[in-house]
Design a protein around this ligand. Structure first.
Ligand code: OAD
Ligand code: ZN
Length: 320
């Protein structure tokens, strides 16, 4: 049994997978690799993770409580201000070598060989030029917008939506972060608890079709993931054996995303975990005898670990 964190043994596995010698069934077919990415992939770019030491409050608010349909219904201005801040923060940072390594992997393998599931809504993978056909944004994107308009009887639902809208600010009332306002302060300059001014609904992003409120195109707690996207992932899984499952920078606590790890394992995959807690006892116990776990930053690990498939990662010239 190879050491669970031996790079040479992992490289050997990759070479067997691409040469088709890893299993009899693999002979003559393309390799099949899946990845599940989480906030840890973007941590080296400077974005906070959700759980653990780098998790951040926004003003005095717990981000998990703002990411709900109930919070949006109660105060859309507050929730929009939080998302304007997150859009600004994501736009202010750059994709890192981990994102580029995955995008290069997608381009290096034959079509359909790699499916990258990301829970991240920051669009950093997209900004590397990662081929969209091999990327599934499980939890949506900060840069997608969707209309919430419907009539009282619920018979009419406006279907307006827009993808990859990087406009900043979206509306003047949401310009704070872009104008350099400290969007993390918890108290006023006088030390009093900070109360954010109310933003009226008619100053928030509006649907060009029906003039209702637009909302961020992300999945909130209590909401279902996009059915068509889930179907397309299930179809990819159902094609046959999966050789490798890369679990990158995620605590794997949120479902259904985390469920793909077991689905891949059942389809024959060796599971490879890359995160800052990979050596924790709890995680180690869950390792199968063929699995790997590498502790460190995804930005450092991915280019090294994937080298047999992607070659030496060139320094990115510019974002596409
Ligand atoms: P978490 O914050 O739960 O987990 C982040 C993981 O990244 C941890 O395992 C860290 O060890 C690891 N990590 C931190 N820095 C890293 C680095 N530089 N390189 C590699 N790993 C690193 O984030 P997620 O698993 O993404 O859902 O959270 C899953 C979902 O929970 C999110 O998509 C969001 C949240 O609620 C929704 O918004 C629906
Ligand atoms: Zn509308």
């Amino acid at each position: 049994m190879p050491d669970h964190n031996a790079v040479a043994a992992f490289h050997e596995l990759l070479r067997r997978i691409v040469s088709g010698s890893d299993s009899v069934a693999a002979a003559g077919r393309s390799p099949r690799i899946m990845a599940l990415c989480g906030a840890g992939l973007s941590a080296a770019s400077g974005l906070s993770t959700f759980r653990g030491s780098t998790a951040a409050l926004w003003h005095t608010h717990d981000p998990m409580k703002l990411a709900t349909p109930e919070a949006f219904a109660a105060d859309p201005g507050l929730v929009w201000r939080f998302y304007a801040y997150r859009r600004h923060t994501a736009l202010a940072v750059k994709p890192n070598a981990g994102h580029y390594a995955l995008a290069t992997l997608a381009r290096s393998l034959p079509d359909g060989s790699f499916l990258c599931l990301t829970q991240n809504v920051d669009a950093l993978s997209l900004r590397t030029g990662h081929p969209p056909e091999s990327l599934r944004t499980l939890h949506g994107s900060l840069f997608d917008l969707r209309c919430v308009g419907s009539n009282r009887k619920g018979r009419f639902h406006c279907n307006y939506s827009i993808e990859d809208d990087f406009t900043e600010p979206l509306v003047p009332a949401l310009a704070m972060a872009a104008e350099g306002v400290d969007e993390t302060a918890t108290t006023t300059e006088q030390g009093k608890p900070l109360l954010l001014p109310h933003i009226p609904v008619d100053e928030l992003p509006q649907c060009p079709k029906c003039k209702s409120l637009l909302r961020p195109g992300v999945v909130w707690f209590g909401e279902a993931l996009d059915k068509e996207m889930l179907r397309s992932i299930d179809q990819w899984v159902a094609v046959g054996k999966i050789d490798l499952m890369l679990v990158i920078g995620t605590s794997a606590e949120v479902y259904p995303a985390a469920g793909y790890i077991e689905k891949a394992r059942r389809a024959g995959a060796v599971v490879v975990t890359l995160n800052l807690d990979a050596e924790l006892q709890q995680g180690r116990r869950a390792l199968g005898s063929r699995d790997f776990a590498f502790e460190g930053s995804a930005a450092d690990l991915l280019p090294v670990l994937l080298e047999p498939l992607i070659g030496k990662l060139e320094k990115p010239k510019a974002e596409t």
